[in-house]
Design a protein around this ligand. Structure first.
Ligand code: ADE
Length: 248
């Protein structure tokens, strides 16, 4: 396969959507290989427990290092002597997942996703993966909000990455004019009928004037980006730009 993906989770069923649609087709075509592993298979006590209370106190539970170390070792054991997967750990405290990161991950031959639950995974697991297993480890956040665990984030990331792998999307041209590929949001789109419930399609799109259509679409992209994502036009605004937009 062009890309191999392993996912370790305590909820393998959560990843069932990876059997569907374009991802499922790419797997059937042999472009993509996906294996989902149950962390609990590496929990050996009577209750197969994977979490415990945090040192230092505080709310919630922390995922124990031993099941994680064994699970990651079992995945890495399937590697050739020089093959090393990149380990991606989803979490709200990670670096932002962006289209640029999706492009970067799509270049890798092998990705392992470690889905944390509760308050997170014992930090020594990441150190072990980096220092003892020799993996490049990236903690990655889908956005500034909190999910219950990494599983939904992995679905989003695998979809964003896999569609960039050659052959997964039949029409590669559909990848270039998308939002976030060149820093502007996408222009609005319309299809038949015209009019629909009294609403007309913008006239320029019916004109057959390709230069005028391209110019109109570019203006729409700029206006939309200014209205919804001023931070993309003025990176120095950062989140402050978004706050201004939300306040007005
Ligand atoms: N796990 C919990 N919250 C998350 C987020 N925002 N992004 C990625 N993984 C998460």
């Amino acid at each position: 396969p062009a890309l191999r993906v392993d996912v370790v989770t305590i909820f393998p069923d959560y990843l069932a959507p990876l059997d569907l649609s374009l991802i499922g087709k790419a797997r059937a075509d042999g472009i993509l290989e996906v294996a989902v592993h149950d962390l609990r298979e590496h929990a050996h006590d009577r209750h197969r427990s994977v979490d415990d209370t945090p040192y230092g106190g505080g709310a919630g539970m922390v995922m124990k290092p031993q099941p994680w170390a064994e699970a990651l070792e079992a995945v890495v054991a399937k590697a050739g002597p020089t093959e090393r997967p990149r380990l991606v750990v989803p979490g709200p405290g990670g670096a932002p997942f962006t289209q640029a990161m999706a492009r970067e991950l799509a270049q890798e031959p092998w990705l392992v996703f470690a889905c944390g639950r509760y308050e997170g995974i014992d930090e020594r697991v990441l150190d072990h993966a980096r220092e003892d297993l020799g993996l490049e480890v990236s903690v990655v956040s889908l956005g500034d909000y909190v999910l219950n665990g990494g599983e939904v984030a992995v679905l989003a990331m695998v979809e964003a990455v896999a569609r960039l792998v050659p052959g997964v999307i039949g029409n590669a041209a559909s990848l270039v004019e998308e939002s976030h590929e060149d820093g502007l949001l996408e222009y609005p789109v319309y299809t038949k009928p015209d009019p629909w419930r009294g609403r007309a399609v913008p006239e320029v799109l019916l004109s057959g004037n390709h230069a005028a259509i391209a110019a109109w679409r570019h203006e729409q992209r700029l206006a939309r980006t200014a209205a919804r994502r001023p931070d993309l036009l003025h990176p120095s605004l950062g989140d402050a730009g978004l706050e201004v937009r939300l306040a007005t």
